[in-house]
Structures are given as C-alpha cells and as structure tokens.
Design a protein around this ligand. Structure first.
Ligand code: PAF
Length: 286
C-alpha cells in the first residue's frame, strides 16, 4: 500500500496508472466498517483505489467541532493495509493523506463549488455552507485523482445526491456509487460521531432508526404520507429534522415520486446523528 501526502506525489503516481480503472473513496479518516465496505467495493471493481484521508475544514460550521473531530491515522492505515493484503493484489490501495491543509487549500485558493437547490434541504438547512465545503473538496480530489468510480455511503444520502449532481452538471464523467448503510446489530448506523455517545446516550440514539422504521411501516400499511405522525414526533426538541421526501430530488413527494426517503437528524447532548431509509412504495427497499 502506498501512502502519499503531497499533491505533487499524487499526480506523479496517478500519471503511471494510465488506462486503468481507478476508484476513489473520499474520507475524513476515523475509518469504520462503513468506510471499509466502500473500499472493498472499489477494490473489487477497479485496478487501483485511492482512499483520501483529510478532515476538511471547509465543511465545518463555526460552532461545529473541527478541533475535536476524531483523528486516528495510524489505526486507519492498519485497517487499510489489512484490506490491501486481503485483496490479493497488494498495492491496490493508494492512501492520499495531505500533510497539511495547504496541500488542498493553499492560501491563494479562492474558488468554491456549489450545488444549488437540493443543498437547501435537510442537513443544508441547519448547516449552512456545509455542502459547499463538501463539493469544493470533493471536486479537488476528483480533479487530482481523475477516478473512474467514486464511492459514498448512503448514510449521507443527501451528500451522495449533491455530489452526483455536481459531477453531472460539470460533465465530470465519474460514476458515483452509493452503498448501503452499515449498522450495528441494534440498528444504529455506523458513524464516527457514535464514539461521542456514552452508554445511556447510545440507548437513546436507537430512537432515530426505530422512528424511521416505524414511519416507513405505517406509510406502507396506510398508503399515505405519515405527516401527522411526523409533526407530532417533531414536537420534541431532540429532532433537528424529520422528513419524508422524494429520494431522487429531495423535493416534496408528488404524483411522480417513485422512491421515497425518510430522513432524520437527532440530537443527543452535543452530538447530532443522521440516518435515513430509502424505499419504493411497492418494494421493501430501494
Ligand atoms: O463523508 C465524508 O466523510 C466527507 O464529507 C467527505 C466526502 C470525505 C468530504 O470531506
């Protein structure tokens, strides 16, 4: 496995990989089974997989905890090395971990990439500027790595849609893949933020997935949107949002909707967890 920490080395290594299928898994590190499943998928489908590890300051708001975001570089590298060995083609993984912020955003950097419309919904409402930060960094990574395929988790479903929109709008010709949410046995979606929860809070956190699952069941049974149930649940200040939307556009559900997303953001102490269920009305899952 190669580890690269400068743009210059990245471009040199990338230039040696002509005519190859290249995957990218952008991450902010603190890798868990969700990230590793993305890497495994990429390894299966591509000759080489770039895994970026960069805690992107541009996607954190002023009151958000950039400083305390978990940084576990050595553990991350061990986990990736293991996958690289299992792959049977050692050296399939190339880690890009910029040695400092300036490698990605030099002082002279002045350009942002912004997707309009769907970034005003869900997380975009409570985290203004967050998606601009995400698309700006992902654009940089895509331009450096020039991947064939890019892999994202469905837990951040809105992020996946926003990045897909960006690549389509900017004619980037990269296949964007969204892979299933990996959950603990309890149903809790894996997230780097789960480690901030104590055992009492962890129990409480199950409310998020349980609520989404119940709303989906009720919706499928009653064949109508669970709007009253949603507005009753939202009376609790624990919810940042809880919504059912069209999963292709994040617009309100209408006659054309064939895929739904039930999405929630739930606050426990200082931790905000997000989760979602995407499904078709006539099927159990998308
Ligand atoms: O999902 C994440 O970890 C980040 O938003 C991403 C895509 C790596 C961009 O910083």
């Amino acid at each position: 496995m190669k580890i690269i920490d400068t743009k210059k080395d990245l471009l040199r290594v990338r230039a040696q990989l002509k005519d190859m299928s290249i995957g990218i898994v952008p991450t902010m590190g603190n890798l868990h089974k969700g990230h590793l499943s993305l890497v495994q998928n990429s390894l299966q489908a591509n000759n080489h997989t770039f895994v970026s590890i960069f805690v992107n300051p541009k996607q954190f708001g002023e009151n958000e905890d950039l400083v305390n975001y978990p940084r576990t570089f050595q553990e991350d590298i061990q986990k990736l090395k293991q996958l690289d060995n299992e792959d049977g083609n050692e050296n399939s993984i190339i880690v890009f971990a910029p040695k400092n912020e300036e490698e990605i955003f030099p002082i002279s950097h002045q350009t942002s990439i912004e997707v309009n419309g769907m970034t005003d919904k869900l997380c975009g409402k409570s985290r203004p500027g967050h998606f601009r930060g995400v698309t700006t960094v992902v654009y940089q990574l895509f331009m450096l790595v020039k991947p064939t395929n890019a892999y994202f988790g469905k837990k951040d479903y809105q992020q996946y849609l926003v990045i897909k929109q960006m690549t389509e709008d900017l004619l980037m010709q990269i296949n964007i893949h969204a892979l299933p949410i990996i959950r603990e046995e309890s149903g809790l979606a894996l997230s780097s933020r789960n480690q901030f929860l104590n055992s009492e809070q962890k129990k409480k956190s199950l409310t998020l997935f349980k609520t989404l699952s119940k709303l989906k069941r009720d919706f499928l049974q009653n064949k109508e949107l669970p709007q009253i149930e949603i507005s009753n649940i939202k009376k609790s200040s624990d919810w940042d949002y809880l919504e059912v939307l069209d999963a292709n556009t994040l617009n309100e559900v209408d006659d054309k909707t064939n895929k739904y997303i039930l999405a929630g953001a739930y606050k426990i102490g200082n931790t905000r967890l997000i989760d979602n269920i995407v499904f078709q009305a006539n099927k159990n899952n998308d």
